[in-house]
Design a protein around this ligand. Structure first.
Ligand code: AMP
Length: 361
């Protein structure tokens, strides 16, 4: 198991802000990055090289993969055919299995449940009859979610009463879907775990996450999760990582239902990549999630995930970015701007992390 030396080239499928922050972290370690993306993206400005091509063009993906030393991805909707084309040439870390599981909500729920981890009650929905049956079994409210291509709350409809079911399937374009029982939670948290090529794992402190309109708004550390439950959350993430023979950063989003509940933690979803709820690690830890991901996929030792300061990360969505000047003037706000030109509503344009002295270990 040899580590890729400085000067190696890490191929990243995807050119968004996660690719951008991975590229910056890679540069710090002397690694180069070659992005493959179907469109110009924020990662291009900071990557050594980029290639624009369709993810469906497996010949182009294979040709790109031949020019790099290892391949990773920065979003979970990369077609599996692209990963297979790259994997025929070079290692892909994390592997295709993690992607396969994370890009289909039904496969993901079945996989997580098969590990013995709690998930919301769920059912596959391919027809009106499936939906009627599921509503009888699970009751209301439920969430109807497309199996694929849903993120940040997109492709989801909340069904509060059985009468609502009639139009819900039309609203998601009758795409293959699942329903999920609605989890009444106290709050949401996420485990950001990194697993090295040698199987060593480490995880960051678990943030409290808040969402607005289905999009992450803030992540706060330290979070409120009780210590015993924190241990369980980390164990859940480790179980997922080991089962997927995972290499790199993995995020596991969890609902905290309550310390006295039968299942205090319910797994919402897994993300086989660096995660928005881990962006605070850039400013609150000596080694961020991005650097640890680059270390892991390069076969380097995982570095400390210790947190040095308290932190509140806030996303800058759409026109929020217009506040950049006042944020830049705040001495304890660490501002990150992704360099996207068009501040469309709902688009992640940047984030900032307010840091303060550490209050608890
Ligand atoms: P998702 O894209 O599936 O992570 O959903 C986005 C957000 O919707 C989550 O972070 C939760 O705030 C909420 N949500 C999703 N699924 C459920 C559920 N089964 N019960 C309650 N809230 C949910």
């Amino acid at each position: 198991m040899s580590a890729l030396p400085p000067g190696s080239v890490i191929g990243i499928l995807g050119g968004g802000q996660l690719g951008r922050m991975l590229a910056i972290a890679a540069a710090r370690l002397g690694q180069q990055v070659h992005i493959y993306s179907d469109a110009t993206g924020p990662a291009f400005d900071v990557a050594s090289r980029h290639t624009v091509g369709s993810y469906e063009d497996t010949d182009a993906v294979a040709a790109w993969a031949r020019e790099v030393d290892v391949v990773t991805y920065e979003f979970e909707n990369v077609p599996l055919s692209a990963v297979a084309a790259a994997a025929a040439v070079n290692p892909v870390r994390p592997g295709a299995r993690a992607l396969e599981v994370a890009q289909d909500r039904l496969v993901e729920k079945q996989f997580v449940a098969s590990l013995g981890l709690p998930v919301a009650p769920f059912a596959a929905i391919d027809s009106d009859a499936d939906l009627t049956r599921a509503l009888q079994e699970i009751g209301t409210p439920v969430l109807l979610k497309t199996r694929r291509l849903g993120y940040d709350g997109k492709g989801q409809v909340r069904i509060k009463t059985p009468a609502r079911a009639a139009t819900a399937l039309d609203e998601i374009g009758r795409a293959p879907a699942i329903v999920e029982g609605f989890v009444t939670f106290e709050y949401e948290v996420s485990v950001i775990l990194v697993r090295g090529l040698d199987g060593h794992t480490a995880s960051y402190d678990i943030p409290l996450n808040t969402h607005v309109d289905g999009i992450l708004a803030t992540s706060t550390v330290p979070g409120p999760l009780p210590a015993a439950i924190t241990k369980q959350a980390v164990e859940f993430a480790e179980r997922v990582a080991v089962a997927l023979e995972y290499v790199g950063v993995l995020a596991v989003e969890l609902f905290f239902v309550g310390a006295d509940a039968n299942t205090p933690l319910v797994v919402n979803e897994i993300a086989p990549r660096v995660h928005n709820s881990g962006h605070w690690t850039l400013d609150a830890c000596a080694v961020s999630q991005f650097e640890n991901h680059i270390r892991a996929v390069s076969g380097w030792p995982i570095a400390s995930t210790d947190r040095q300061v308290d932190a509140v990360m806030s996303n800058l969505i759409g026109s929020d970015i217009n506040a950049w000047q006042s944020l830049a003037a705040e001495s304890s706000a660490c501002l990150h701007v992704y360099g996207k030109r068009d501040a469309r509503p709902g688009r992640k344009m940047g984030h900032f992390t307010r840091i303060s002295p550490k209050t608890q270990s």
